[in-house]
Design a protein around this ligand. Structure first.
Ligand SMILES: [Zn+2]
Length: 523
């Protein structure tokens, strides 16, 4: 029996984060090449001279490697590269490694090479190397995965829409979700090339194709707005995830209690509406709010930072206060959950990213009514096909001010049977549970053998060449012919017009200043 697994030559936080998000079977491979060597390998340590012939021979015999440019120069004869002080972004191409990947925004040091052949760098040269070596395959990425995924910078960024005035928000500079998708696609492509299925634990329980969460930041909303929001969600059978501002809404805890009794999820936003730079103030803020909520009978396990801000001292305060998860688009957005990388360690507080565009930001760019509904429709469709979650957020005063538009948005996801309508807290709990599920997966001619069964309904996702299927996670044999295969769908969401977001970025600071000044003036 063949065991399908991916090798990684060095346990490194960035790659481990991705492998953990995927729950793909992997092992650290620092041994000699044998029959049992994984056929797909992430080579993420600098190759030494004496190692090169071994790796080269193994690829030539039919293995596949995902690595960086310096290692590529040692493996591929004549491959030359230069260092780039700043790699702004990678423009995707219609190639399997860019499936469901838009622009990859980095603003980090990187590499360039005339021999790269897939996708484009911001300066127009090709970005990624993907080529055969003997019977095998080598893929080289022009940047460092761990550096990209541990990046903590945030800045104003535009989100593409086909009008000149695009919505924008202050978010993570590196779109980590896109980095992950590129990396995963490279592994999938490597598996495809060596004829090995790509096998991982599916992202959702009960064979759902995606999950929907509507996160409501209570902020400074009043009872009528909260009531209207809750009522609308209820009409569509949706539970809401509320995040309470304990200072502004201390007198509304009774109302939140009622919502909790009706099935909504009540968690913590802030006491002072600010993420501070230092630990002391963050801790004071978090503890004050959590104490108020605990006294009122709530047991919050999640917190979301004001303005989507995140820094290490906010994270440290949440860790000290025993918070289980957080959600800040200043660190990450449009990604699967992960534990933030803090140097050599990772945080104990899980990050559960959402999409950062709320009504306010869309309206600021003059999107309203049907156009605004279309924004979410397009977003949901792209995410659905990519198997990624649909987590959006807003504020009660905005929902209450435009109930018909929200009605249309909730209608799109409320009744969909293959969408898991859940809360951020329940998704967090599922993700913890998912991380503990163990299974073995083997292949024999014509069948797969799975070992590991659980009471909960969950699935193993198998991509075999150009087809994919979900298998129940239970100990049994599966005849390949009996599986409900569907063709792998390659979506390429990028179009050249999207590069306008990059040009726009330079003007966003000025726009934000004018907008903020206008808000003060209008008050
Ligand atoms: Zn807020």
């Amino acid at each position: 029996m063949l065991r399908f697994e991916i090798g990684i030559t060095q346990p490194e936080p960035g790659w481990l984060q991705i492998l953990g998000q995927e729950r793909v079977y992997h092992q650290v491979w620092d041994k000699a090449f044998t029959e049992g060597t994984p056929r797909v390998m992430i080579v993420n340590h600098p190759l030494k001279d004496e190692e090169v012939p071994g790796f080269k021979g193994w690829v030539e015999a039919g293995g596949a490697i995902v690595t960086d440019f310096p290692n590529l120069a040692r493996l591929v004869h004549g491959f030359k590269y230069d260092k780039l002080e700043l790699l702004h972004y990678i423009v995707p191409a219609e190639h399997p490694i860019f499936t469901s990947v838009g622009l990859i925004e980095l603003e980090l040091p990187g590499y360039c090479s005339n021999q790269a052949n897939v996708g484009h760098l911001d300066n127009e040269g090709a970005a990624v190397y993907c080529g055969n070596l003997g019977k095998g395959l080598v893929i080289g990425l022009p940047f460092d995965i761990t550096q990209a995924l541990s990046d903590e910078r945030r800045g104003l960024k535009a989100f593409y829409w086909d009008t000149p005035e695009m919505p924008y928000e202050e978010v993570a500079i590196v779109n980590k979700g896109a980095v992950r998708r590129l990396a995963v696609n490279c592994l999938r492509e490597a598996c495809r090339q060596v004829g090995m299925p790509y096998v991982h634990l599916w992202y959702y329980p009960d064979f759902k194709r995606t999950a929907f969460v509507f996160r409501v930041d209570g902020d400074f909303a009043h009872k009528p707005e909260i009531d209207a929001t809750a009522e609308l969600a209820r009409k569509h059978g949706l539970k809401l995830s509320w995040y309470v501002n304990t200072k502004a809404q201390g007198n509304l805890l009774g109302l939140f209690k009622e919502l909790a009794d009706k099935g909504d999820d009540i968690q913590f936003h802030c006491h002072e509406h600010k993420v501070f730079d230092d630990l002391e103030h963050n801790l004071e803020n978090v503890k004050a709010g959590l104490e108020i909520m605990t006294k009122a009978g709530f047991k919050p396990s999640g917190a979301v930072g004001p303005f989507g801000h995140w820094n290490r001292n906010w994270d440290a305060a949440l860790q000290q206060a025993g918070v289980g998860y957080a959600s800040e688009f200043g660190l990450a957005y449009d990604d699967l959950p992960f534990y933030p990388i803090l140097g050599k360690d990772v945080s104990r507080v899980m990050q559960v990213p959402i999409h950062p565009m709320c009504f306010g930001r869309l309206q600021q760019a003059h999107l309203k009514g049907d156009v605004l509904v279309n924004y979410y429709k397009r977003y949901f469709a792209a995410r659905y096909h990519a198997g990624e979650p649909l987590f959006i957020y807003d504020h009660p005063h905005r929902v209450a001010a435009d109930l018909p538009t929200y009605d249309s948005i909730f209608k799109m996801v409320g009744k969909a049977s293959d969408v898991w309508q859940t809360t951020l807290t329940d998704f967090y709990k599922w993700w913890v549970e998912r991380s503990k599920l163990e299974f073995e997966f083997f292949g024999e001619p014509g069948r797969y053998v799975v070992e590991g069964g659980y009471d909960i309904a969950t699935a193993i996702h198998v991509i075999d060449g150009d087809r994919e299927a979900l298998l129940p996670l239970m100990s049994r044999e599966f005849e390949l012919d009996d599986l409900d295969w569907r063709p792998v769908r390659h979506e390429y969401p990028f179009k050249p017009d999207m590069l306008k977001t990059q040009k726009l970025a330079r003007h966003l600071k000025l726009r934000e200043t004018i907008w903020k000044a206008g808000r003060i003036f209008n008050k």
